[in-house]
Design a protein around this ligand. Structure first.
Ligand code: DAK
Length: 271
């Protein structure tokens, strides 16, 4: 098992699955500027790590995933610093969203404001039964600054997103599931085992194909359908050029399980 310790972030990689735990218990894991820096460093290291096939992000402790951006820091912002901080957070969250490996948010408790925006930047969200979601920024005279006004409506639709964004209401895991904010709700003690199982299931597939699916969905989301379909065709062509595609189709025809190597593995073997 490989581990990396940051001031408020603990990273461990075991059997191809990275577990990233946000650990700032004195503030219910609220995101301050240092945590943003640490998230950026951890995700850069995971992007380049050939041993990591999937990432699970969760909050340390039982009470919170992330209870928001750090309100003490927010309170000190003026207009210029606010814009800069928003752009900084957006950049880090876009880095998470564009990771070429699946990122699963294991939401274990309060998932509010910047915490909800972090979960929205992940590819899949699994919630424990005690999870609570909301974008309460308007209660502080703010609006979401880390992508919430954009990613939430894209995920749950404009009407449901606006209800959460305008009321600042906090909803439980069942409601989050009902409106499509999370993929699934599981009992608290099953959250991490379930996310690991999900990561392993995904990682059994061809790694380069997984990265192409992530790229197609992400790039296409901000394009008109016609252009997005062209992007899909280009990436489909790339998939056709891989050894894994030859192996996958051959294995099917030979009625056996495929053995995928992925582009990274092949490059490492060739070195
Ligand atoms: N920031 C800083 N400290 C926090 C915090 C937060 N978001 N959430 C909790 N804490 C701290 C509390 O102050 C308390 O500290 P001490 O008093 O013990 O020193 C400790 O964590 C434990 O919290 P509580 O005592 O309040 O615990 P409870 O169980 O009673 O309540 C709670 C839990 C989650 C309901 C409550 O703590 C709460 O309401 N927290 C705030 C939730 C919230 O409003 N989150 C959204 C924050 S706004 C932008 C960028 C980003 C954003 C906006 C703009 N730009 C750059 C423009 C995003 C904004 C947000 O995320």
């Amino acid at each position: 098992m490989r581990t990396e310790q940051y001031a408020n972030l603990h990273l461990s990689v075991e059997a191809g699955v990275a577990l990233l735990q946000i650990a700032r218990p004195e503030a219910l894991n609220a995101l301050d500027a240092r945590l943003l820096d640490e998230l950026e460093a951890a995700f850069s290291s995971l992007r380049d790590d050939p041993e990591t096939g999937a990432v699970i992000v969760t909050g340390a402790g039982e009470k919170a995933f992330v209870a928001g951006a750090d309100i003490k820091e927010l309170a000190t912002l003026d207009g210029v610093a606010g814009r800069a901080m928003s752009l900084r957070g957006q950049q880090v969250f876009s880095q998470i969203e564009s990771l070429p490996k699946p990122v699963i948010a294991a939401v274990n408790g309060y998932c509010l404001g910047g915490g909800c925006e972090l979960a929205l930047a992940c590819h899949i969200r699994i919630a424990s039964e005690n999870a609570r979601f909301g974008q309460p920024e308007v209660k502080l005279g703010l609006i979401p600054g880390y992508g919430g006004t954009q990613r939430l409506p894209r995920l749950v639709g404009q009407g449901r997103a606006l209800e959460l964004l305008l009321t600042g209401d906090v909803v439980d895991a069942r409601e989050a599931d009902r409106i499509g904010l999370v993929n699934r709700v599981v009992p608290e003690n099953e959250l991490l085992p379930y996310c690991r199982e999900l990561a392993n299931k995904i990682m059994a597939n061809a790694p380069y194909a997984l990265s192409l699916v992530l790229e197609a969905v992400r790039a296409g989301a901000s394009m008109p359908l016609e252009r997005a379909l062209l992007v899909e065709a280009g990436l489909f062509g790339l998939a056709c050029a891989t050894e894994d595609m030859k192996e996958g189709t051959k294995a099917f025809l030979e009625k056996r399980k495929p053995v995928f190597r992925g582009i990274v593995n092949r490059q490492r073997e060739e070195r």
